[in-house]
Ligand binder design. Structure first.
Ligand code: PMT
Length: 205
């Protein structure tokens, strides 16, 4: 199978030296890419800026911003049998990024943010028959409720729910998988390589 996997954070430019981002390390997405390669699949890995090495054998595409990730995912998704969106894509970006370094002023600063495209929701709208769409949900509260809501809203086949405290920027993760049919699969806390293997086994079976 051809599997498209996204990983890592995105960076949204404020000015040439500042950006908005998050703590995603890319490890979960890279572990999924490695597990997919180990299982004999062809992998395209679209990655935000991370400091780990990509698995050998993956077609690596480096992107920085949510807009670049959206463009790359939409280009490669049509040929993928399965798309796994593990990246922590920014939901907002500065509405007016500057080309010169912003000068400090007295008093507070209000930054206007605008929505980025919801890449997964776009894929869900244009899903071709037979294509598997798998999302992730990282939550601090109401993990199951929020994850299932995203599964339905974005027209996904599966969603992998993880608590922010369990998986964001960490070496290990604890994931619960929810299928559109209502099936729920609880995976044990483990190294991301083991969790990735278990996720693929379940969603591709
Ligand atoms: O990188 P690590 O340190 O290993 O951490 C892994 C992880 C915690 C980042 C990963 O397991 C994870 O949960 N990734 C999704 C994090 C997230 O931001 O989820 P979300 O609930 O905001 O988004 C839901 C889904 O929509 C995700 O599949 C996301 O990729 C996708 N999305 C979100 C925003 C957006 N603009 N476009 C999207 O496609």
């Amino acid at each position: 199978m051809k599997i498209l996997i996204t990983a890592g954070p995105t960076r949204e430019k404020i000015d040439p030296v500042r950006f908005i981002s998050n703590h995603s390390s890319g490890r979960m997405g890279y572990a999924l890419a490695q597990a997919a390669l180990d299982a004999g699949h062809k992998v395209t890995l679209i990655s935000g800026p991370v400091s780990i090495s990509a698995p050998e054998g993956a077609d690596l595409i480096n992107v920085i911003s949510a807009a670049e990730m959206a463009e790359s995912v939409k280009k490669h998704a049509p040929e993928a049998h399965a798309v796994i969106m593990c990246a922590a894509v920014a939901d907002y970006r500065p509405a007016h990024p500057l080309d010169s370094k912003m000068k400090k002023q007295s008093g507070n600063l209000v930054l206007e943010l605008e929505r980025t495209e919801d890449i997964l929701a776009t894929l869900g709208k244009n899903k071709r028959p037979g294509q598997l769409l798998i999302g992730f949900a990282a939550e601090t509260d109401d993990l199951e409720k929020n994850a299932v809501d995203k599964l339905r809203r974005k027209n996904l086949d599966w969603i992998a729910a993880n608590a922010v405290s369990d998986g964001f920027g960490t070496l290990t993760n604890r994931v619960t998988l929810f299928h559109r049919s209502g099936k729920k699969t609880v995976l044990p806390l483990g190294r991301k390589s083991d969790v990735a293997r278990d996720i693929l086994k379940e969603v591709l079976s």
